[in-house]
Design a protein around this ligand. Structure first.
Ligand SMILES: *[C@@H]1O[C@H](CO)[C@@H](O)[C@H](O)[C@H]1NC(C)=O
Ligand SMILES: *[C@@H]1O[C@H](CO)[C@@H](O)[C@H](O)[C@H]1NC(C)=O
Length: 349
């Protein structure tokens, strides 16, 4: 089976994530710095060029395809750089020179702005390349690039959760504010309305545990329209949309459509599509936790088959959805309200 170079897969994943990432919530002075993916992934053009150059070397490409995930993630693969053709090395040196130049301009731009709080760059160390050697692209450069890329994937999840928490805090605050602006009968009516919406949203078919047999079987039967018994091998191939032998995040998330439909209907006033998006990401994380045994960000065929042979796979503990838990604590909500009220008071004439 043809296996796409892992570096290109990782790169693809990043590009996909940038494209589908939800709009970043607006920054306010008093909040933790929540920056979009785009900001700290400015180097992705550089990453893409390095990967393209490396993959244009047939020997290196072969080695990348054969390398196991550990060799790639540990950065060991970078040592193969020594055997890359002179022509490709020259190309890499040039790519690095251009990137160094871009970073230099960034720093100058930042100085010109003279606003220390308006940071152009969230990663002042630019850890994705080796600065001690500004002229040529070496093993250390490739190692740093790989380390930074995998780190960013984890960072992306962390950021997403922070943004979601913020969204929910704001939502709750708005609700309370609205209530506070009413009183007497009107308030009771509004409270009743809100409660009804909440209950309507909570009323839904039970969700299956993501990535377990019962859930996948439902996809197999109703989405894939398969008549025969669930067959893990066929299922894996069916949902490896790009046929690269790996399930990436997008391919895994596509498995949850039916599950999510049980709880979130487009256009239903009681269902929040932002929450649907978060629910999908949470399901993806849960499946990765179970199946992505080598933690390389992909579920490969062997990992999937391994999982289907466990006892766990046949069980269905259901899914604790977002309607059963808040992403913030009571203390965090109280703090949020306090800060907003302090802010509002400052703006009073
Ligand atoms: C930058 O932030 C600090 C504290 O966060 C604040 O005291 C200072 O006034 C800010 N500077 C500018 C130029 O906004
Ligand atoms: C609503 O009013 C209560 C009581 O006055 C107050 O404690 C609370 O902070 C207010 N909430 C908001 C969001 O304005």
């Amino acid at each position: 089976m043809y296996k796409m170079g892992l570096l290109s897969s990782i790169l693809l994943l990043i590009i996909i994530q940038i494209c589908v990432a939800p709009p970043v919530t607006q920054k306010k002075e008093d909040e933790a710095d929540i920056t979009g993916l785009e900001d700290y992934m400015e180097y992705h053009r550089y990453l893409k060029e390095v990967v393209n150059a490396l993959e244009s070397d047939p020997d290196f490409r072969k080695k990348l395809e054969k390398a196991d995930e550990h060799e790639i993630k540990s950065g060991k693969i970078a040592e193969e750089l020594e055997f890359v053709s002179h022509h490709v090395r020259t190309r890499l040196d040039e790519i690095k020179r251009v990137e160094m130049e871009r970073l230099k301009q960034l720093v100058e731009q930042k100085k010109k702005l003279e606003d220390p709080n308006n940071s152009v760059d969230e990663d002042p160390l630019h850890n994705h390349l080796d600065h001690s050697n500004p002229h040529t692209f070496e093993i250390e450069d490739l190692k740093k690039l790989i380390a930074k890329t995998t780190e960013d994937l984890a960072e992306a999840d962390k950021l997403r959760k922070e943004e979601f928490k913020h969204y929910e805090l704001e939502k709750e605050y708005k609700k309370m504010e609205k209530l506070n602006h009413t009183n007497g009968e009107e308030r009771e009516k509004l409270e009743k309305q809100m409660k009804e919406m909440e209950e309507k949203h909570k009323k839904h078919e039970r969700l299956h545990e993501p990535g377990h047999k019962a859930q996948l079987e439902e996809v197999w039967e109703s989405q894939d329209q398969m008549q025969q018994d669930f067959d893990p091998k066929t299922f894996f191939l069916l949902h490896d949309i790009d046929g690269n032998g790996l399930w990436d995040q997008e391919e895994v998330k596509a498995l949850f459509i039916k599950e999510l439909d049980k709880m979130y209907q487009e256009g239903a006033p009681e269902d929040d599509m932002r929450e649907r998006y978060e629910e999908m990401e949470r399901m993806r994380e849960s499946v990765y936790k179970d199946m992505d045994r080598n933690r390389d960000g992909f579920i490969d065929f062997d990992e999937f088959i391994y999982q289907t042979k466990t006892n766990e796979f046949n069980q269905d503990h259901g899914w604790q959805a977002l309607d059963e838990q808040k992403p913030y604590t009571d203390e965090e909500l109280a703090e949020y309200i306090k800060q907003h009220q302090a802010n509002n008071n400052c703006h009073l004439p």
